[in-house]
Design a protein around this ligand. Structure first.
Ligand code: URA
Length: 211
């Protein structure tokens, strides 16, 4: 069995390792390391993002925390009862996830917010371990195409059998359903590719499937 999280000085992706090292020099008081998943391991619901944002999750050490995308994600998790407390964009804000966990397809911050195919493939071992160590896992919510493809690959399915579509539900077998959403990024929300209502519809579906 692989580890859940890359080593703090993980060397598997040289480009990402170099970027983290640069950022450790530039921002020595920030987290700057592979970002661990957040939330209880016995959750039924797993949200899979893309990768930490430089000044958000990479600075705070918690997925989506401090990233623009986190504002909508955490607000929606709170609204649908998958979180309790108050999201304050800090790892120590006391926010708790309820029956939900958040991870990223790639655990380290990439330059220009862009991951390579090799980095996704290399980091896949951690996503596989994540799924394998969530005994009650029923629903995976992929935020964006990269996450969707990583989940399809991690579960050993053919990409051609599961096309990404916003708010689509894919039966992956073994009681596991994959739901797709456009990523809640600043670009997607500013351009209205993803509205709050569209994102909430996805969570409505998750809630219905879990009840
Ligand atoms: N922050 C994350 O942790 N993941 C994303 O996909 C985007 C921002």
């Amino acid at each position: 069995m692989f580890e859940l999280l890359p080593d703090i000085d993980c060397n598997l992706c040289p480009r990402l390792k170099d970027f983290i090292n640069d950022n450790r020099q530039k921002f020595p008081d920030k987290y700057n390391a592979p970002v661990p998943s957040f939330g209880p391991q016995d959750a039924e619901f797993l949200v899979v993002g893309l990768a930490p944002g430089l000044k958000g999750a990479n600075f705070s050490g918690r997925p989506f925390t401090g990233d623009y995308a986190g504002d909508l994600l955490y607000a929606t998790l709170l609204k649908f009862g998958f979180a309790r407390g108050e999201y304050q964009a800090r790892k120590d804000d006391g926010l708790e996830l309820v029956n939900a966990r958040i991870t990223n397809a790639v655990k380290c911050v990439p330059p220009q917010n862009k991951v390579t195919g090799d980095e996704i493939s290399t980091c896949l071992q951690f996503l596989k371990t994540e799924m394998a160590t969530m005994p009650k896992l029923k629903i995976i919510l992929s935020l964006g195409l990269v996450s969707h493809k990583a989940v399809i690959k991690a579960t050993g399915h053919k990409q051609s059998a599961f096309k990404f579509a916003h708010n689509a539900a894919h039966d992956l077998g073994n009681g596991l359903t994959l739901i797709d959403s456009y990523h809640c990024s600043r670009y997607n929300t500013n351009t209205k590719r993803l509205t709050t209502e569209m994102f909430e519809d996805v969570f409505e579906k998750v809630r219905t499937l879990l009840s």
